[in-house]
Each structure stands twice: as C-alpha cells, then as structure tokens.
Design a protein around this ligand. Sequence first.
Ligand SMILES: Nc1ncnc2c1ncn2[C@@H]1O[C@H](COP(=O)(O)OP(=O)(O)OP(=O)(O)O)[C@@H](O)[C@H]1O
Length: 308
Amino acid sequence: MKKDILEIKNISLKYDNHFAIKDINLSIARGEIVALVGHNGAGKSSLFNIIAGIQEPTSGTVEFDQSFIEERLFSTIGFSAQSQVMDWYTNVWDNVYLGSQLAGIKAKRGRELTQQALDLLNITNLKNKPVDALSGGQQQRVQIARAIVHQPDFYLLDEPTTGLDADTSNYLLSFLRDEAAQGKAVFVSSHDLNLLETYCNKLVLIDAGEILYAGDLQQFLDEHTPKQSYQVTVNQAIGPNVIAQLMTADVEVVPLESLQYRFILNQDCDLTQLFQLTEPFFRIEAIDKESMFLRDLYLHYRQRGTIE
Ligand SMILES: Nc1ncnc2c1ncn2[C@@H]1O[C@H](COP(=O)(O)OP(=O)(O)OP(=O)(O)O)[C@@H](O)[C@H]1O
C-alpha cells in the first residue's frame, strides 16, 4: 500500500468574506508526482503556502507523517514559492549553497549538492554572478536550485517553470519524475499543461478554492474525454450562426485553428446524421476521433464551466 507523507484535512482559507481555499482534503504519497492545475486565482499558491507552513489556514490541518520528517520540516521539504525569495546581495553559488545550509547539511556535502543543483538548472556558468545582475529567467533557476539543492523527500514547487526555457523545464520535470520514482513525492503547479501531462502521474484540479478532481491523471483523461469527440477539417470557416444552429441539434463546435474544429456529439447523434446536419453549410473534408490531452480537456472544461 502507498504510504501517505502528507494529509490535508478540511483546509479553508478566508480573506474577509471570500474563500481562497474551501474545505480541501487531499493526501500525497511516496512515488507520486502530482500536478496542481487551476486558473489564475484558483487558490494554488494559497494551498502551497499553507502546506509549506508560511500561511495559516482559517481552519483545518496539514499533517505530515511523523516518520517522514527526519529532523525538521525544513530539511525534508523543498519549497519554492511563486514569488522570488533570494538573498539579493550574494552571488548565485552562495544563494544555492545557503539552501543546503538551511537544510542542515554539512559543508562538504553541501558543496557537492550545490554543484549538482547548478548543473541541473544549467547555471554553473553564472555561479559567481550577483543575483541582481541576472535576467528574470536566470533568477528563477537560482530560486529552484536553492529550493531543491538538498534533494528533499518532498518537493513543493509553485510554478517552477515560469520563465524557464523548454529544455530546462523538461530537464527539471524529468529529474522530479526520477525522484518520485525513487520513493519521494512531488507537488507541482504550472500553467504548462502539456509539461504536467508528460511527467505527472496524479492530478489535482482546483477551481475557486475547491477541488474538482484529485486522482490518477491518466484515469482523468480516459474518463473525461467526451465519448464522441472528433477533430474535423472543413472546407470553409463555420460562422457563429451555424455554430449556434448545430448546438440546438446537440452538436457542439469548438474552433481550433483555421479550418479545424472539435465536434462533440450527443450520444444519440451518429456520423451519418452529422453529415446530413452540416451538408447545407459546409463540407467535412476530414474527420478523426479524438483523444484529448490534459490541455484540451481543461480548456473544454473552462468553456463549459463543468466537468461531466
Ligand atoms: N492577501 C490577500 N488578500 C486578499 N485576497 C487574497 C490575498 N492573496 C490571495 N487572495 C485571493 O485568494 C484567491 C487565491 O489566490 P492564489 O494566489 O492562491 O491563486 P493562484 O491559483 O495561485 O493564482 P495564479 O495562477 O494567478 O498564481 C484569489 O481570489 C486571490 O485574489
């Protein structure tokens, strides 16, 4: 059985009369690399800050498995906040090395780990530069290197890939996936849903402070992809009036790019009927049954406002 390292029970966070987080229950186990997905203001940073202990929830508890916390929470968690937290008056090396010292690691080992973290984030060439002389993306790399330098058992990373190039983002996520595979755990947020889909094995979807889904990522994709979803190429653009008319016949049309559309058919509608329905308006040049990616499914959900 998977062993939970973290259990969040009935967490709420209220600002004035507005809930940023509303009664969230969640557990994270070793081996899991968990994607936290939600739009701006959904409550992702609030949830991370509460788990990291830098923000008090209005109610509820965050419990770590006691056997998991070896010395102190700080050394077993690697937390990177969304906003940049750095020692602005030191150089890159000292910033990252300080992360190892804060985690209580001895100097010699700390130096080895610092070098590894600099290599992972590809910033060894910047190690003597003061951090205030770096670009935003370079500063972001320093922040991540500092958060993960001690190779903790639990990585808690709030939008770590913002400002990173594609290679570095993939390299980082691939490292995190390997860490999870070795019995550690990762909880990571990002707006790059393709990246999360590639590397994560569990999904937590939140909206307006509430969890809409928490579970296996692949299962989410399998279960929520509409059964009758097609990618369709047509011979001319489909106007809003035609889209509205098809909607009344239970055919949902979502524009993708130029002459490509997603058609979602009601269970009762078959392809023959679809061709009959659309014939007066446009010609279907190609039609392919679709399996949706996390990004598609999320956008689909955002358009409909519900997960069916
Ligand atoms: N200090 C604060 N005072 C009042 N409301 C706040 C405060 N901090 C956050 N909020 C509100 O709490 C909600 C959740 O914010 P949070 O930063 O957790 O969202 P998020 O999912 O991380 O968003 P983003 O993707 O933009 O980073 C938002 O409605 C936000 O406006």
